[in-house]
Design a protein around this ligand. Structure first.
Ligand SMILES: [Zn+2]
Length: 66
């Protein structure tokens, strides 16, 4: 009956890894969009852009500086 224990063990490990591995597909929402900086006009991705008062800036310098 040892083989049964081995199979159960393998199944357990298999299950463990399947549950652990993130199977989330990257959602389409996270597509990068290029946004123009309000201050200097440089295009930055929406991930990097800084949003201040509903406006987009490429960096903190642009965000603060006047
Ligand atoms: Zn800028």
């Amino acid at each position: 009956m040892q083989w049964l224990i081995v199979i159960v063990l393998i199944m357990g490990v298999y299950y463990f890894f399947i549950r652990k591995s993130p199977r989330k597909e990257t959602p389409k929402k996270q597509e990068e969009i290029m946004i123009e900086c309000e201050k200097c006009g440089i295009y930055v991705s929406n991930k990097e852009a800084i949003i201040q008062d509903g406006k987009y800036y490429c960096s903190k310098e642009c965000c603060k500086g006047k």
